[in-house]
Structures are given as C-alpha cells and as structure tokens.
Ligand binder design. Structure first.
Ligand SMILES: [Zn+2]
Length: 299
C-alpha cells in the first residue's frame, strides 16, 4: 500500500469513477494524505484511493508530483546502545471493519476508569466485556457510511474525528454470555437483559464515566467533547502509548477541516516525557512514480 500526499495547492477532487465528468465526492485539501488502494492507473491517469472518509478516484496529475506525491516513510529510529529509551507500543493498523481492543491505545485516565468498571461488573456477576476501545477515524468514517452510502442501518451520526472514540476517550461494552446476542435488550428465558444494561451503566456512573441515554454500550470520559479534543484541549496524563497512537492517527488521517493538527502535535509532545521517545512506525509507503499526461482535476 502506498501513502500519497496532495501536492496540488488548490486541493484535489475525489470522484466516484475514474473520469473527469464523474460525480464529485469531495475535495481533499492541500497536504492531506490518502492511501492508494492498488498499483493500477485507471482510465489513462487515475488512482483509486482511500482518504479519511471512503474510496474514490483522483487524477494523478501531469506527473507523479503535480497533484500527489508519495509520502516517504519516517526513518527507523536507531537505538542507542548506551541508553535505550522505552518505545511506546504501536499496534498494527487493522481494516476499518474491525473493532480494536487494545486498552493501551486509550487515554490512561479513561482506561483506569474502564478497568474499574469491568472489575465492578465482574464482582457483581454482570457479564460484560470490552467490544471496542480506540476507534480509528478511518473506522469512524466506515461506520458513518453504513446506512448512507453503504447498505445497512445507520449506526452513528458522527463522521471521522467527530466522535470521542477517535480520541481514545470512549469505549463500548457488550454482553458476554454464550448463546445470547451481545446487544440483547429483551427478556430471554426469564432473564431481563435491559436490567443488566441498566446495572452496568449505574456502575459506570460510580466509576466516574459518562453514559448516553441513546447508546447503551457506550461509556466515555466526562468533561470533554470532540470539538474540544479536535482543538487540542486534551485531558492530561494520557500516557506515552496513547499519545503515540493518537499522534499516528492525526498524521495519517489528517483532516484540517476538523482537527487543529499542529496544536495536537504540540500537546501530544508535552504529554510524553521530556526525552523524546520516537515510536516505532509502521512502514506504509513505498515510493514509486507514474509520470503521465492527464486531464487536470485539481479542486
Ligand atoms: Zn460508543
């Protein structure tokens, strides 16, 4: 997979089909990054890409660098034989269909409350487990498409970066009972599962977590909002793993229309220790060039 950056100053239009007259989905701003989905050049000069929201086609430009340039991967940090600093853990990225359950990707303060909640449930005999911890903005966009551009029921009103999940400050729990739908809210064989959800949510209150009336599995850190988080108003004490993962997401799925990227980078560096601790990055770009003359499609 190749990571590309928009180098057209005026931005670049993503279209439904590889054709300058095809339906326009959205414009990617200058500097935004997108994944190229295959090595092919479509219809004489189009790349199939995935940006922060979904897939589409972009004109590659008159040369490989006219509209889009391959992103060069950051060099692997050379570990010093004298003092090897602790490297934050970065779990590999997963397809947007998959929920992630690595609690280290959550803000430490939130993760502590979540662990407390799961332990309280266990003590009270309430069988719940973590369904989703950190949700990538890519997955958020994927879920947002469901019931809109993709079949299925609408599952969220939040597009990428517009959910607290994308900042590692929310999680979803589900029932963990063999033979029972994990989202069961009715009464099955005399067991009132809605009552179980209500008890879990009361324990969440006690653990210092916020619940939402319209979203039973969801718990989140109180006192924040995605709007505040997007402007780098981050709760302190998130931890190095959380910061490294979040920083990776900000770089990878940058959306300047929502995120204050520079402020976030500054805030994340402050959150880590004084000594810079470069995270081991997933290599996600193999530079290659396709120089071709094409119809312009800059936004
Ligand atoms: Zn949720």
């Amino acid at each position: 997979m190749q990571l590309l950056e928009v180098t057209a100053r005026s931005g670049l239009v993503i279209r439904r089909m590889p054709d300058g007259n095809a339906e326009r989905i959205v414009a990617m701003p200058f500097g935004m990054r997108a994944e190229r989905l295959d090595g092919q050049v479509w219809n004489g000069g189009w790349y199939r890409i995935r940006a922060y929201f979904s897939g589409g086609y972009v004109a590659e430009g008159y040369s490989a660098s006219a509209y889009l340039a391959p992103v060069t991967p950051a060099p692997e940090p050379t570990p010093s034989p004298v003092e090897a600093p602790a490297v934050p853990r970065l779990h590999p990225l997963t397809p947007p269909e998959t929920a992630r359950r690595h609690t280290e990707e959550l803000h430490s303060g939130f993760a502590r409350r979540l662990t407390h909640l799961l332990e309280s449930c266990k003590r009270k005999g309430l069988k719940f487990k973590l369904f989703e911890a950190y949700r990538t903005p890519e997955r958020q966009a994927y879920l947002f498409e469901q019931g809109r551009s993709r079949p299925g029921n609408i599952v969220t009103n939040a597009d990428a970066w517009r959910s607290i999940h994308n900042y590692g400050l929310a999680a979803d729990l589900i029932l963990d009972i063999p033979g029972i739908n994990p989202w069961e809210t009715g009464t099955v064989e005399g067991v009132d599962y809605m009552a179980c959800w209500k008890r879990m949510r009361r324990l969440a209150d006690k653990a210092g977590l916020k619940t939402l009336s319209w979203d039973l599995p969801h718990v989140e850190m109180p006192g924040t909002s995605w709007q505040a988080l997007a402007k780098a108003d981050l709760p302190p004490g998130g931890g190095a793993d959380w910061a490294a993962n979040f920083d990776r997401m900000v770089r990878r799925f940058a959306n300047p229309q929502v995120l204050d990227g520079p402020a976030l980078h500054a805030a994340l560096n402050l959150d880590q220790t004084a000594t810079p601790r470069p995270a081991r990055r997933v290599s996600d770009a193999t530079p290659e060039g396709d120089g071709r003359a094409l119809q312009p499609d800059a936004a």
